[in-house]
Design a protein around this ligand. Sequence first.
Ligand code: HEM
Length: 399
Amino acid sequence: MSKTPEPAGSHAGVAAYRFDNRLDGPVLSHHERWDEMAAAHTGFRSTVADGYWVITDGPAVQAALQDWRTFSSRSVTVLNADPSFLWIPEMLDPPAHTTWRRLLGRYFSPSSVAAREPEARQVAGELIDALRERGGADVLDEFARRFPTLIFMRLMGLPEDDLELFLAWTHDLLHLSYDEDPDGSRQLSTMRAVSAYFDEQIALRRGSPRDDLLSHAMTWTIDGEPIGDRDLHAFCLLMFQAGFDTVPISVGWALYHFATHPEQRAEIVADPSLIATGIEEILRVYSFVVPARKATRDVEIGGCPVRAGEMVMLPLTVTNRDPERYDHPLDVDLHRKATNHVAFGSGPHRCLGSHLARLELNVAVEEWHRRIPDYRVAPGQELRAHGNMYGLKSLRLEW
Ligand code: HEM
């Protein structure tokens, strides 16, 4: 069945569709829909809300992400070109962005991240051990979401007793479907709760600093000025979104992939040195982040005549599954020589947490297969993926 969205005529001479990225759908349907759109167009117009441009040419997506002067991060949400909120560093352009990245870089460098490996192995091992005897579980709820969230809470110095609260917030903030929250009020009230939580954490550290990233950030200065609570708050909100959802989604895809490709699972169990390439390939093939930018001037990209102030959606999946860029692009190839994917983005905003993400993913997959090498998708479930960032909603495995 075709996944192509409903045609809606044309806009400024370019094909238009009623294309809504927020809707959930059957497993892999989002990726397949992008493949179809990329095969038919280099770009198109979505008529959802006030409308926005969607670029489906792989090289053009990457070029736009690198050209921050033309494609600003002042807004990164296609449905809101003039947001009243700020996420730091995601919604800053250089030079303010460069200063923040320099300050943060040290905490996310390969060597800082490598120092967290023993702790990551211990946390992952304990979570998997608790599941092992049960013979089956929803691995997203009981492992993929818990593991990186715990590591991240430790990095930020947040109390682990709040784990359940964070898991519920992540769900309500990022994964409510339209039916569950038609007017967005549940999402808004969660945003308020998260904001209040971080205000409290910032105030606690102003009183007595600790040895955590949030306390350290309070000692930084930008242009000789200490960082104010407003910016610290904007930083916390971004870290919450960036760090809490992406790794769980990727762990979910990795377990789904190896559950549905038992021959590859046998290969990585026999030779765990293949896991690192497997992870890069899973990040590429199941790529799920869809950045957006606001044009600062009139520009043509992907055949679309974008006007200054308009929003442009830049799905990474079209670059990562581009048949011009990769042989057999849709296959996870455990032996691919160079994966050079853009799953972590490209240009100045390329993922700050990529080294941490890679560590967590490798640890999760290695520790899982060391303990539970043989498993399958439990029968009788309808697998569905979220909209926005395409991750599985749930995944029951049995072993
Ligand atoms: C597999 C997991 C991850 C993926 C696929 C991923 C992907 C991305 C992508 C594509 C961007 C660029 C967005 C854009 O250009 O608008 C990004 C930015 C970012 N990511 Fe990640 N990410 C992951 C994990 C993490 C983790 C674990 C952290 C932190 C703990 C993190 C922190 C950030 C931050 C702070 C930014 C903003 C960087 C900036 O604006 O300069 N990410 N990520």
